[in-house]
Design a protein. Structure first.
Length: 149
């Protein structure tokens, strides 16, 4: 019986640039999986891209979104990799929300919006005040929270 396992990023990947080599060495010094830290760092970097940035695509008005899932056994270092990535890039743009806990899905859109404002024509509008949000979901903690409610 064979089991397919995801391939870790090899040493040649990290040797491509001094920045990637630094990431590998920093993660190793923190006893974190470099590939997990790299993935989590990409999430944080995506939140730094201006909201008006568009990518070349045949899709209408494609913005940038990134979803990363780090998978490991319980106590496999997933949360630790997240914390190490936050050490590498601790600050996000001022209008971004950082490290919000993902719950049942309620309020995801609400998190982006500010208070309702009345326009001159009498209609109401809720502006986007937080265009970038970095969500974090610790599946064990989320399950406990959902069960308790």
């Amino acid at each position: 019986m064979t089991t397919d396992r995801p391939t870790q990023l090899g040493s040649a990947f990290y040797a491509e640039t001094p920045l990637l080599d630094h990431l590998r060495r920093f993660a190793g010094a923190q006893l974190a999986a470099p590939a997990a830290v790299f993935a989590e760092l990409l999430v944080r970097l995506a939140a730094c891209v201006p909201v008006k940035t568009r990518i070349a695509s045949p899709l209408r008005d494609p913005g940038l979104n990134l979803l990363v899932g780090v998978v490991a056994k319980p106590a496999g270092g997933k949360s630790h990799a997240w914390n190490v990535a936050k050490e590498l890039l601790p600050t996000l743009p001022p209008d971004a929300l950082d490290d919000l806990r993902l719950g049942s899905g309620e309020g995801l859109i609400e998190s982006h919006l500010g208070p309702s404002i009345e326009r001159n024509d009498g209609t109401r509008h809720r502006p986007i005040t937080h265009p970038a949000i970095v969500w974090y979901c610790d599946e064990g903690q989320t399950l406990r929270t959902l069960v308790d409610h």
